[in-house]
Design a protein. Structure first.
Length: 454
């Protein structure tokens, strides 16, 4: 029988789950002390959530206790792979019923639910692996970061390429001084997580296996729309649920540059691309940042520009990483990738695809420059081991939070095309455009507030 046609009750009975009440949660418990194995739950089961589950459990040190997914059809693979796992449709019920059986969770859902799920789990003392971006809104990112630090919880953001050799090597090369002082950074992704126009109208029926109210979560109520307009694959395009191409890929592509240059909060941000409409993010962004100088940059700050969709760095930038006449005996230079970055210094330029090995230009000048030998780490198992007291994480919320804040500033800037927004990171506010502060946080729908985020 097709699970999509099963009634919700019979589907739950087939999975062996309990009812769907959502009792109040106990708050502010101390971090759990894990035993020799990590007792784990997942918020989300399909797509990236499925990969997160497999990678975390692949450590051989984890017992998958429970999962929660508003779409019960997406839980079937997990039930087959992990016999005995308990399935919930409401993540709040999972926490209420399983709190004493868990040490950790992963949050692998649409962006708008990252913060409430992560915060609720941390308030129960659970360690958290959270997909990027850390939250949908900057205010919530700051709250998650502050709470995790104050309570000594083990956290990791799902920018797994941070732990791959190609990105670790790029960070090492920039910090070695091979490029001199960095003066320009250009980053891009050809993805097009945007749209235009009002949602389609029609008489759409919510499938029996799907909890539309639970999927909306903290977002404002609205009618269900079928044909994948929101679920499962198009929510990144919608203002209230995703964060566009920028939020999807920015945390990945910013990461090695942010780490290599030891960047902190930017001083300002300016969009030169289109604004979103009432419902959707736009594509073809071009966003300028002004970051303060660091030990690895020129004085006076650097030019730092993000492009997506059909936007690309200008020809004069790409000229730094192309060669009309390659050196004798050399292969042609690598093509300009669909996603990546160009880091221009006073002595050389680095082309870093997402994600492949970096190339230093001019190639003839740096042919014999020693490349560091760095092994990849397993991003998920690193976090598992850290939860068990056996390792340290590389992208804790203390790192991932400021990185995500920087990325999400672009999501505010696109609403103010051709206007420079001055940013006060310590005060969590724009100082020259008060109306922009309205986009730093969203008020949760009645009944969905989580303490510490409202």
């Amino acid at each position: 029988m097709n699970p999509a046609r099963l009634k919700r009750r019979s589907f739950l009975q087939a999975l062996g789950t309990a009812g769907l009440a959502a009792p109040l949660l106990t708050r502010n418990l101390a971090a759990a002390a894990p035993g020799p194995r990590l007792r784990h739950a997942s918020f989300g089961t399909g797509g990236m959530a499925g990969l997160d589950i497999d990678m975390i459990c692949g450590s051989g040190k984890v017992d998958l206790v429970a999962v929660a997914d508003v779409d019960l059809t997406r839980t079937l693979d997990v039930v087959q792979k992990y016999p005995g796992v308990r399935v919930y449709q409401d993540w709040r019920e999972l926490l209420a019923r399983e709190a004493d059986n868990l040490d950790s969770v992963n949050v692998s859902t649409p962006d708008h639910m990252h913060a409430p799920m992560a915060m609720a789990a941390m308030q129960l003392g659970k360690h958290v692996y959270c997909q990027k971006p850390l939250a949908h809104d900057i205010h919530d990112v700051r709250q998650l970061t502050t709470y995790a630090r104050a309570h000594g919880l083990v956290t990791q953001m799902g920018i797994q390429i941070h732990s791959e050799a190609v990105y670790l090597e790029a960070v090492s090369l920039v910090r070695s001084g091979v490029l001199g002082r960095v003066k320009e950074v250009h980053l891009w992704s050809d993805k097009k997580w945007g749209d235009a126009g009002a949602p389609p109208e029609g008489d759409f029926v919510v499938p029996d296996h799907f909890d539309w109210d639970g999927w909306l979560g903290v977002a404002a109520d609205r009618p269900f729309i079928g044909d994948q307009y929101f679920h499962p694959g198009q929510w990144r395009k919608r203002l209230d649920f995703g964060t566009g191409t920028f939020g999807d890929m920015g945390c990945h592509i910013f990461d090695p540059v942010y780490k290599a240059l030891d960047l902190k909060a930017p001083l300002s941000v300016r969009s030169e691309g289109p604004a979103p409409d009432e419902w959707n993010w736009a594509t073809d962004a071009k966003i300028h940042y002004q970051f303060p100088s660091t030990d690895y940059t020129v004085e006076g700050g650097i030019e730092f520009v993000w492009y997506d969709g059909d936007q690309k760095p200008p020809a004069e930038v790409l000229a730094h990483v192309t060669e009309e006449n390659p050196p004798a005996g050399e292969r042609p230079p690598p093509p300009i990738p669909d996603q990546g970055s160009v880091i221009i210094g006073t002595e050389g330029t680095l082309l870093l695809p997402h994600y492949k090995p970096a190339t230093i230009f001019p190639r003839a000048k740096f042919r014999d420059y020693p490349r560091p030998r760095i092994k990849s780490n397993h991003h998920w198992i690193q976090w598992v081991d850290a939860c068990l007291g056996e390792d340290e994480v590389s992208t804790p919320f203390d790192y991932a939070g400021p990185l995500t804040e920087a990325v999400l500033l672009g999501c505010v800037a696109v609403r103010y095309p051709h206007q420079t927004l001055a940013w006060d990171a310590a005060g969590l506010q724009f100082t020259n455009e008060p109306t922009a502060n309205n986009y730093l946080r969203n008020q949760p729908r009645e009944g969905w507030a989580v303490e510490g985020l409202g």
